[in-house]
Design a protein around this ligand. Structure first.
Ligand code: ATP
Length: 268
């Protein structure tokens, strides 16, 4: 099975707000690729389009293709995309706060067999012993890091081959981010899963990805190997900052790039 290939993807909100203006990106099978960019650049929209989470809030794909494993996904919506092995770990509302950790895992709808489900659940608790120790606790009482681990764990129950992760590191202490990244590497190495990781923190994303794309105003502004991006002066200035853990949020121009309307062209 081949990886993910997105070509000429355009997404419009409310028939007029052009969120993605023809982006191309590739995530080879078994690789980890980072999608970077400022607030409003179009990162979450890209993940929404790939995972089929369109329709709500009048989001619509108006052009382009999304091919995964040889299948065109452009017209597929959730949960059909899940059946193709794609799962999204969203930026917000990752867990049900009133359900316990165990209940959060048990409500995941998955085509995995009962035996596979049990096996994956045990694997989740092995990968994330911190959530194993609080399995009877309501998810709303967990720390941000534990909630993130639970969200990744719940996504794993869908037995994905492509995991889309939105802002893994947001609001978490560096030590927690390091733990999450280490687990993700382990999971990826064991499963051969393909990962597309959206991050504002270039330092975090480029520490695990082999390739990265930088989005600006709904377009791909840069595409290069993680190593080259780390050494790129523009990325260093805007996305890495002077400190290792600085994010674009800390360093970017105020407000980020202006959003164009559909049909309006970028200024030269
Ligand atoms: P952030 O890092 O802040 O989450 P992002 O790079 O993920 O930003 P998107 O959330 O994809 O960016 O937003 C891309 C553009 O689409 C922005 O201009 C945003 O204002 C617009 N947009 C996003 N969601 C909606 C919506 N539900 N309705 C209207 N416009 C939206």
């Amino acid at each position: 099975m081949t990886g993910l290939k997105v070509e000429g993807l355009k997404v419009v909100y409310h028939r007029s707000i052009l969120a993605l203006d023809g982006i191309d990106l590739e995530v080879p099978k078994g690789s980890v690729v980072a999608l970077l960019g400022a607030n409003g650049a179009g990162k979450s929209t890209t993940l929404r389009a790939i995972s089929g989470f369109m329709g709500a809030d009048s989001a619509r794909i108006t052009a382009g293709s999304i091919r995964y494993g040889g299948t065109e996904l452009r017209h597929l919506r959730l949960p059909a995309t899940t059946r193709h092995g794609i799962v999204l770990v969203p930026e917000r509302d990752k867990v049900f706060p009133n359900l316990t950790v165990e209940e959060n895992l048990s409500v995941v709808v998955s085509s995995a067999s009962r035996a596979d489900r049990r096996r994956i659940e045990e694997a989740v608790f092995t990968y994330f012993p911190r959530i194993a120790s609080v399995r009877k606790r309501a998810a709303g009482l967990l720390s941000g890091g534990e909630r993130q681990m639970l969200a990744v764990g719940a996504a794993l129950l869908c037995a994905p081959t492509l995991m889309l992760i939105d802002e893994l590191s947001l609001g978490l202490a560096p030590v927690v981010v390091d733990e999450l990244l280490a687990r993700l590497r382990q999971i990826q190495a064991a499963s051969g899963m393909t990962i597309l990781l959206v991050e504002q923190s270039a330092a975090v994303a480029l520490s695990i990805a082999s390739h990265g794309y930088v989005l600006e105003s709904g377009r791909v502004a840069l595409s290069d190997s993680a190593e080259a991006l780390r050494g790129n002066p523009r990325v260093q200035e805007l996305y890495l900052g002077s400190g290792d853990r600085n994010t674009y949020r800390d360093t970017c121009l105020e407000g980020g790039p202006r959003r164009r309307r559909e049909g309006e062209h970028a200024r030269p």
